[in-house]
Design a protein around this ligand. Structure first.
Ligand code: SAM
Length: 256
């Protein structure tokens, strides 16, 4: 599969299933069983700031930042259906944003050296060109601008998970490692009545690509939230994996 084929499969999935994901994986959430922005305060005061969201989806993170007083909102997504939903959502709430339908791998029609923040909630991992995407994001940010993103923790995919019944496979009380941490090849994953194509990058791949693009990492968050860690009773089985490893990670980086 070449990159264009991967992007086509993923674009079709998001255009056909956008409504199913309306409002999920959006700020203040960074990921399931993960501390929220209300816990982490990675953004700080965004009032009056110029913000660009990569993979803005249904627009709920843009709305979150609009409600925090952000000065300018821009969003980019591969799926026109997602952007239509985002546009309606923001308009209903009395806000507007510059929404662009494009892939993050492209040189986007956005100003350079302009944004105070570029961010992406469960979006960056979809890229078929990580270094190119980070290089371009750096070019959109002002000097000292902030880049924040969250994604699946790589270990999450390496630990056995049955696609069929969507359950984690335990061997007695031990989790089973079923995929190499070093394997960054693309794989197809069945979702709903369709499929998506992803790859599983090592944390060092993200960190080294950030450094090469001219960022310094200010924070790497690998945690499960307190509710998950303290869950008992009926909730305990659902949180068993997240008690042993981070399911997501989040990085805050600054453009040098
Ligand atoms: C998990 S959703 C992100 C949801 C978003 N945080 C929200 O608030 O709705 C992932 C999004 O990435 C978009 N996407 C996938 N591949 C992309 C690419 N190569 N370039 C731009 N957007 C992409 C999808 O269309 C989808 O809307």
């Amino acid at each position: 599969m070449n990159n264009e084929e991967i992007l086509d499969i993923n674009k079709n999935y998001w255009n056909d299933h956008a409504d199913l994901w309306f409002g999920t994986t959006a700020l203040p959430q960074y990921g399931v069983h993960f501390p929220t922005e209300d816990d982490l305060h990675l953004f700080g005061d965004v009032s009056g700031k110029k913000m660009l969201e990569i993979c803005c989806g249904s627009g709920h993170s843009l709305l979150y930042n609009a409600q925090k007083g952000a000065g300018e909102l821009w969003g980019v997504d591969l799926s026109q259906k997602q952007l239509d939903n985002a546009s309606i959502l923001l308009e209903e709430q009395g806000y507007s944003a510059n929404l662009l339908c494009d892939k993050m791998e492209n040189e986007l029609a956005v100003p350079k050296n302009y944004f105070d923040y570029v961010y992406s909630i469960y979006g960056i991992g979809w890229t078929t060109d990580l270094q190119g995407t980070f290089d371009k994001i750096a070019s959109y940010l002002k000097k000292d601008g902030i880049f924040i993103f969250s994604w699946h923790h790589t270990l999450n995919y390496c630990i056995a998970w049955s696609c069929k019944d969507r359950k984690v496979v335990f061997d007695d009380d031990k989790l089973v490692m079923s995929k190499s941490y070093f394997d960054e090849s693309y794989f197809k994953m069945p979702v709903h009545d369709s499929e998506i194509v992803l790859c599983n990058r090592k944390l060092s791949t993200y960190i080294n690509a950030l450094a090469k693009a001219g960022f310094v990492v200010e924070q790497l968050v690998e945690e499960s939230d307190d509710d998950t860690l303290n869950a008992t009773g009926e909730l305990a089985p659902k949180t068993r994996k997240a008690k042993m490893l981070p399911l997501s990670f989040c990085i805050k980086a600054r453009k040098l």
